[in-house]
Design a protein around this ligand. Structure first.
Ligand code: ATP
Ligand code: MG
Length: 411
């Protein structure tokens, strides 16, 4: 691959682009003043130009009319990715949306460098979908189709943790065996590697579909959604007794990629009917406010902030829900955070142990933590259980993957 290759880390939460300059990765400021850009889009209601990254988030926070979307990578490989939806007055598929995002990213990279990129070297998780090879293959094919449509004549993929290994072997300067642990927004990826004669040799890579957006989901379901009526009851339309509140709408509202699809007349009507039947109508009215005023993403951001604030906090953190009802907050304690994430710790430990097994090693000298969610305390704790003798190194959590991809364009 040569100088016309753009390295792209298309992340669930954040994306980045880089090129190789004189043998070194050069991250491109595809977001003004930043090395990464939120993988988010905003379509203004009036049909104006699509915005991406921080500008999309600003439009959302400013309450502009339009459709905001985030975490689209998690929809790759599913039927939703190909369904046409009405998005700000125009019928589009998510394929169109991701393509438009990549077109904009490519354009920014080209303006920044004055080069034309005909090839992309893109990261991909080891598994977009756990234990479902067909869906996994479809996810890569979906992403490839978006790169093709965005104008890249050639697209190659590299496993994200392998890219991170290329960039981080400096962190493993003492030599020996390293384990990359890349916990992002959508997936957790692992590579066992050895640095020999300045070369990185990958012994095994593995991954599961679990990341920060799943942590957000769990935190939301345990702390925020009960304040919107989740777990409550409805009176029967006919006859005596109570029925449990349906859970599906709360599960969708707590899932980044599904939020935009909740704002339909049908769902709003259903919720209005449920408010009338609710045992506690005042609480359920908050759910109705979220749907009417399209506050789902504002709530998801508040949950994400609450998660990060509670991580390692000495005092309780709070999810601020004042936009929904004045003064409304959901406390998150370190213990309640731990509680709702316990099952995840176990899954991550198992995946890391499997990676060691696949590599045929029993001892890891250095654990290299990358990815935004590796900042969650539970990650280091769980990885130390799997690799008790290892030193824990942290490198550039948000840019190790794109750096490694840029290095790999030299190949
Ligand atoms: N300080 C922090 N503490 C805990 N979690 C954090 C912190 N900062 C960011 N995160 C979480 O990190 C995740 C994003 O990380 P990152 O940008 O590495 O993901 P990504 O590369 O977009 O996703 P993926 O690689 O899974 O596709 C989000 O879920 C975010 O909530
Ligand atoms: Mg990532």
């Amino acid at each position: 691959m040569s100088t016309d290759t753009l390295a792209i880390d298309f992340g669930t939460s954040n994306s980045a682009a880089a090129v190789l300059d004189n043998g070194r990765p050069r991250r491109l400021p595809i977001e003004a003043g930043a090395e990464t850009l939120p993988t988010a889009v905003f379509f203004p209601a009036g049909g104006g130009a699509m915005q991406i990254g921080a500008a999309a988030a600003r439009a959302l926070v400013a309450g502009e009319e339009g459709r905001y979307m985030r975490a689209l990578k998690s929809v790759l490989g599913t039927s939703l990715f190909h369904e046409e939806r009405l998005i700000s007055g125009k019928r589009r598929t998510l394929t169109d949306v991701v393509t438009a995002f990549l077109v904009e990213l490519k354009g920014r990279a080209e303006r920044e460098t004055g080069r034309t990129f005909t090839r992309a070297l893109s990261g991909r998780p080891v598994h977009f979908h756990t234990a479902d090879p067909d869906r996994d293959a479809r996810a890569e094919a979906d992403l490839r189709a978006c790169y093709d449509a965005a104008g890249f004549a050639q697209v190659d993929f590299l496993f994200e943790p392998e890219a991170a290994a290329l960039a981080s072997h400096g962190a493993n300067a003492a030599g020996g065996t390293g384990l990359i642990v890349d916990i992002g927004g959508g997936t957790s990826d692992f590579s066992v590697f050895r640095a020999e004669d300045g070369e990185v040799r990958i012994l095994a890579s593995h991954g599961i579909r679990l990341g920060g957006t799943d942590f957000d989901h769990a935190v939301s379901m345990a702390h925020a959604m009960p304040l919107l009526g989740q777990g409550g009851a409805l009176k029967r339309e006919m006859g005596e007794g109570l029925l449990p509140m349906p859970n599906a709408i709360y599960a969708d509202l707590a899932t980044w990629a599904k939020i935009p699809f909740l704002y339909t007349a049908e769902i709003r009507r259903d919720v209005a009917r449920m408010v009338k039947l609710a045992e506690k109508p005042r609480v359920l009215r908050r759910l109705s406010t979220v749907l009417e005023e399209e506050l789902g993403h504002d709530l998801a951001f508040a949950v994400e902030r609450g998660k990060i604030a509670a991580n390692g906090a000495e005092n309780d953190a709070r999810i601020a829900m004042g936009l929904i009802e004045k003064g409304l907050t959901a406390p998150v304690t370190p213990a309640s955070l731990d509680d709702c994430l316990t099952g995840f710790g176990e899954a991550l430990r198992k995946a890391a142990a499997e990676t060691l097994q696949m590599a045929g090693v029993t001892r890891i000298d250095t654990i290299v933590l990358v990815g935004g969610s590796s900042l969650m305390q539970l990650i280091e704790r769980e990885m130390r259980v799997v690799c008790p003798d290892a030193v824990v190194a942290r490198t550039e959590a948000f840019t190790a993957v794109v750096d490694g991809l840029a290095l790999a364009t030299a190949a």
